[in-house]
Each structure stands twice: as C-alpha cells, then as structure tokens.
Design a protein around this ligand. Structure first.
Ligand code: OAD
Length: 237
C-alpha cells in the first residue's frame, strides 16, 4: 500500500481532522516562503522588520516592507492546495499564513494564528480596521480615531498569539485523530508545537506534506508540492 493510500485510510476513519499550514502552501501562488531558497529571511532580517522594536525604531521602513508584501499577496490567487482544503469543511484549518488565501479559496473559520496582512491596528487606542488598499496612500498609516500610528495586524517575533484564536487551535489539535502539517518548516513556536500536542493528547496520526521532511515528527511523510499532493489526498473524502 502506498503512503498516500495509507493516509487516505486514516482520514476516512478519523472523526476530527486538523490541518496546520505554513508558507509552503502559498508558494505555488507565487508568494515567497520565509526560509529556504528565495525565502524572505534570506534577503531581509526579521529583527529589522518583524518585531515591535523594529516598528518603534522605524515604522516607515517596516510599513514599506509590509506594503510590498500586501502588493504581492493582492496579485496572488489561491492554488489547488487551498482549493482542496476549502472543499473539506470537516477539516479544522489552522494557518500561520497572513495572506488570507485560504479564506479567498472559500474556507470558513480559518484560525489565523499569526494574524493577517489586511488588518490595521492602532498602537494607541487599539482600534482595528480591515483595509485592502494597495499601496497604502500614506506610510506609516494613521488611526482615524486617535491619530496614532497604525501597525500591521500580524504577530511579530516576541509577541503573543491572538488569545482566542490560539486557544481554539490548541483545543482542536488536542482533539484531533489526524493532524496534517502542510508546507511549514515547523521551526516557529508555539505553532510548531501543535503536532506534538495532538500526538500527546489523543495519539493523533501526524501527516506531513512538504518538499522535505521538517521536524514535525510525522508518522507519515508525503513528499511533494502541496498543490499536487493535497488534491490527491483529500478528494472524495
Ligand atoms: P518557512 O518558510 O519557514 O517554511 C516553508 C516550508 O514550506 C518549508 O519546509 C518548505 O520545504 C515548504 N515548501 C515550500 N514550497 C512548498 C510546496 N510547494 N509544497 C509544500 N511545501 C512547500 O515558512 P513557515 O513554516 O510558514 O512568522 O514559517 C513559519 C513562520 O515563520 C511564519 O508564519 C512567519 C515566519 O517568520 C512570523 O512572521 C511570526
């Protein structure tokens, strides 16, 4: 029996399936990943662009980088991997991605544990708004309520994850029979720890879809592009 058939059997028998996705699932949509060849962290330093300290030091620089990424994402379309997951509303979807492509593909209730690129949040009064304007007319943008700086509604290094979203993701992981780990290097915690929690809590089968094995501790590894593997894995389920 092939690994694909084995995992299709696990999925058929499962009551609760959870998928955690990372930047690799959007690679085939033309959005750069963070690590590996062509990865954003090869070209840019996270500490200059994706920390509260970097924003306090130079909000314009940070915003220029996010405005550029918003432009890349605005031009991108969901791919076959996003579509395969959207066709399976029985799967609880947790993503580290801030690109919103799962929702654009039709997935509902996506748990975006690192926030999203389209939310702007005031550092002063906390007001939030969704704004898909690309490019933004003024960098850094300002709050229309109190005039303070707006920041991207994403999670930066050194910050906590959004509490409610994270607690829903944790509870889903701990109740899973099958936990899919898709297109992530499994290096950034706490998201990277969800697979191990699923294993520890309910002995979930952990299945990884990636070009290369990460440290996710998978019971089954499906090597390949998410846009090819997921349609074959999830169709007809
Ligand atoms: P990474 O860039 O660390 O890892 C991307 C993973 O996707 C790698 O393991 C690749 O092998 C794999 N990959 C690439 N193309 C693929 C494809 N077509 N199909 C399947 N897999 C593919 O991205 P993440 O793990 O998502 O956080 O990074 C985690 C977090 O680190 C991000 O959310 C971001 C980043 O810094 C913050 O900004 C807080």
């Amino acid at each position: 029996m092939s690994t694909l058939e084995l995992v299709r059997g696990w999925l058929r028998d499962a009551h609760r399936i959870v998928a955690l996705t990372g930047a690799g699932i959007s690679a085939e949509s033309g959005i750069p990943t963070f690590r590996g060849a062509g990865g954003l962290w090869r070209e840019f330093r996270a500490e200059d662009l994706a920390t509260p300290h970097a924003f306090a030091r130079d909000p314009k620089l940070v915003w220029e980088w996010y405005d550029w990424r918003r432009g890349l994402v605005a031009a991108a379309r969901p791919n076959a991997a996003h579509a395969a997951l959207a066709a399976r509303p029985d799967i609880t979807l947790v993503t580290q991605n801030v690109d919103g492509l799962h929702t654009l593909a039709g997935s509902r209730g996506v748990l975006e544990v690192h926030g999203d690129l389209w939310t702007l949040r005031c550092v002063g009064c906390g007001a939030e708004r969704s704004d898909r304007t690309v490019p933004l007319p003024e960098l850094p943008p300002r709050c229309s309520v109190c005039g303070d700086l707006l920041r991207p509604g994403v999670v930066w290094f050194g910050e906590s994850l959004p509490e409610r979203t994270w607690s829903l993701a944790s509870a889903a992981a701990e109740a899973a029979d099958v936990f899919l780990v898709i297109g992530t290097s499994s290096l950034v915690h706490p998201a990277a720890g969800l697979a191990a929690r699923a294993k520890a809590a309910a002995n979930a089968k952990v299945v990884e879809v990636n070009l290369e094995r990460s440290g996710a501790g998978a019971d089954a590894f499906l090597e390949g592009r998410a846009g090819e593997v997921l349609p074959a894995l999830l169709a007809g389920g």
